[in-house]
Design a binder for this molecule. Structure first.
Ligand code: CTP
Ligand code: MG
Length: 273
């Protein structure tokens, strides 16, 4: 796949990898947090005394990679909107532009509405889950460095520690033995758990989402990340090292782990790059 053409004025910094593209981060925060079971949108759930959304936002801004952060919020959520507006006021001059959009009924729709609100001149986009509130700066940098070096799509990954099997529902006659039966075992050394931020050349991601707009309900329900839409285009998706701290806060146990990372006895030692 061809490398990104360095364009005039393409970003504020140049590293070893090539000129930094003009980057927008899409922060999807419009989910309802059903599995966390807190009775409020997950972005509002407190973590270390601050809402999950604020951890995610500060992480992005501190990384310094973004010229724009476009946040998809649950439609009509005045609390989260005010939080973002207040945070805008906190941002120093030269900080990223903060844009707020209404999220959609699915994550993909939330990404799509944020993509429609990106500033002209944006060259690359990082799609990030607010639920990954503790993603370290280093991960943002690895993703942007890879884009600067020519990747059209790049995702942070970590090795899978469990053996992963595919299963099918058992036949009626075997149902009394067990509900499922194993049909295959993937070679673990080749498996990676995928995180965000996922980085893309903007045109590539826009094309991938345009094609996905024609999906039927079953296909749409099967979209679990943006990279898989880009894979369908035949564009190579590159993988860089993610981080364990970047866990997606999904269940109550994840929230306990995240609290532990912030405050517990392991906290100070937890400085994985
Ligand atoms: N998300 C979104 N819009 C949706 C659904 C999800 O912006 N309609 C975002 C979530 O806010 C989250 C990320 O996508 O940051 C990953 O989704 P997930 O972890 O599933 O969060 P929720 O959908 O909120 O949780 P649940 O599925 O348990 O309801
Ligand atoms: Mg969800």
């Amino acid at each position: 796949m061809s490398a990104r053409e360095p364009s005039a004025g393409s970003g504020p910094e140049s590293g070893d990898h090539g000129p930094r593209p003009v980057v927008a981060v899409v922060l999807v925060a419009a989910g309802s947090g059903q599995r966390l079971g807190y009775g409020m949108p997950k972005a509002r759930v407190p973590l270390g005394g601050e809402p999950i959304l604020m951890h995610a936002l500060r992480g992005i801004v501190t990384s310094g990679v973004a010229q724009q952060v476009c946040i998809a919020l649950p439609p009509g959520d005045g609390t989260l909107r005010k939080m973002c507006d207040d945070f805008k006021g906190e941002l120093a001059d030269g900080g990223p532009l903060l844009t707020i959009v209404d999220g959609g009924a699915t994550r993909t729709e939330s990404v799509r509405s944020a993509l429609a609100a990106l500033e002209e001149g944006t060259q690359a986009v990082l799609v990030h889950d607010a639920a990954r509130a503790l993603t370290p700066e280093s991960v943002f940098h690895r993703v942007v460095d890879s884009l600067a070096a020519g990747a059209l799509a790049v995702i942070p990954v970590i090795p899978v520690v469990d053996t992963v099997k595919t299963v099918e529902a058992t036949s009626d006659e075997d149902a009394r033995i067990a509900p499922e039966v194993v049909v295959g075992t993937a070679p673990r050394e080749k498996l990676r758990a995928v995180q965000t931020p996922q980085g893309f050349d903007l045109g590539t991601l826009m094309k991938a989402h345009r094609e996905a707009a024609g999906f039927d309900e079953a296909q749409a329900a099967a979209i679990t990340d943006d990279a898989m839409l880009v894979e369908r285009l035949g564009v190579p998706v590159h993988a860089v090292r993610g981080a364990s701290q970047s866990l997606k806060i999904t269940t109550p146990l994840d929230l306990i782990i995240a609290e532990g990372l912030l405050e517990g006895p392991l906290g100070a030692r937890w400085v994985e790059g």
